[in-house]
Write a protein that binds this ligand. Structure first.
Ligand SMILES: Nc1ncnc2c1ncn2[C@@H]1O[C@H](COP(=O)(O)OP(=O)(O)O)[C@@H](O)[C@H]1O
Ligand SMILES: [Mg+2]
Length: 311
């Protein structure tokens, strides 16, 4: 079942003097998020990621298009009741402690008394801040603030979490902690919608990804689907190749690069890989080592954005 479904969502902002400057923040974005997955919306700054999430939560109204969240049309109050939201660059009053922050936000949610206090303590433990709950948040690191933000987003026990740049500005250890937390939440049947301009982060935890650039979706799929168009291998040979062998190899390969004894080839399947190995061996060449180089989402992303820029 799809928990988020959008069809042709577009958003145009008008700003500046007499609202004459027009920004097409989103253009006909159609995508769906399945229940229980971590979905990554990936794109450079200004791509429209924040606008997209704000539309789903009715903070911003779309210029065109439709969407449902948890089966409800945009604007339905039950969407916010069932969602948690970690806004980007959120700021909490620095004089509050972690515990006070959660109590404050919980009371805004209509939670009260012992139920709220219990929930706040339980969430502080979940995000690993139990020892810091009585410390003022001005002493928290960026990673701790983001974990507190996650706890805040979880106060109403939502089915669906919208996280806008949850690891931005967080150090590597803090990032790993947040990733682990998100994976464990997914395993508790929550759906996580993650905005990020950080490819490697998204790549490590998302089940599916949409690549957004200048308001348009360029691709949607699993990481494997977005990256497995070609497989690269790096072979170390016992000698450098002469031109006649290179010409024999070339028709079987998507690309070929020779650097001394190092040969880097790209193939579609391992059939072409084996053909290449056969050709090398038939010329008496020894393969000293071979390693598969994975095409990362980053390669695929850069490739897509560059193609978009030149088309
Ligand atoms: N309130 C606004 N008024 C005018 N332009 C805006 C507003 N909010 C966002 N934009 C513009 O819309 C585009 C998309 O912004 P945003 O959704 O914040 O992208 P992202 O989150 O991917 O960085 C950007 O060009 C941004 O400057
Ligand atoms: Mg943003």
């Amino acid at each position: 079942m799809n928990i988020v479904e959008t069809s042709g969502l577009s958003k145009t902002y008008r700003s500046g003097l007499f609202k004459r400057s027009i920004v097409h923040a989103l253009t006909e974005v159609s995508l769906s998020v399945r229940k229980g997955e971590i979905f990554g919306l990936l794109g450079p700054n200004g791509a429209g990621k924040t606008t997209f999430v704000k539309i789903l939560l009715s903070i911003v109204h779309p210029t065109q298009g439709e969407a449902t969240v948890a089966g409800e049309k945009l604007g339905s109050p039950s969407i916010r009741e069932r969602s948690g939201y970690l806004p980007e660059n959120h700021r909490y009053p620095a004089f509050l402690t972690g515990l006070q922050t959660l109590i404050f936000f919980g009371s805004l949610n209509g939670m009260r008394g012992k139920a709220l206090a219990d929930r706040a303590h339980q969430l502080l433990e979940l995000v690993g801040l139990q020892d810091w709950k009585k410390v003022k948040i001005k002493r928290y690191s960026k990673g701790m603030l983001q974990r507190l933000g996650l706890a805040q987003a979880l106060l109403n026990d939502p089915d669906l979490l919208f996280l806008d740049e949850p690891t931005d500005g967080v150090d590597p250890v803090g990032r790993k902690e947040i990733r682990d937390l998100l994976t464990s939440l997914r395993n508790q049947d929550k759906t996580i919608f993650l905005n990020s301009h950080l490819l490697s982060e998204v790549e490590m935890i998302s089940d599916r990804v949409a690549i957004l650039n200048k308001g348009k979706v360029l691709k949607i799929g699993t990481i494997a689907e977005l990256t497995s168009k070609q497989i690269e291998y790096e072979l170390l040979l016992d000698r450098s190749l002469d031109d006649s062998i290179i010409e024999k190899l070339r028709p079987h390969l998507l690309s070929l690069n020779v650097e001394g004894k190092k040969l880097v080839i790209a193939v579609e399947t391992n059939v072409e890989l084996n053909t290449s190995i056969d050709i090398l061996r038939s010329k008496g060449i020894l393969i000293e080592s071979m390693a598969q180089k994975r095409t990362t989402l980053e390669d695929s992303f850069i490739d897509l954005i560059q193609r978009e820029a030149t088309s």
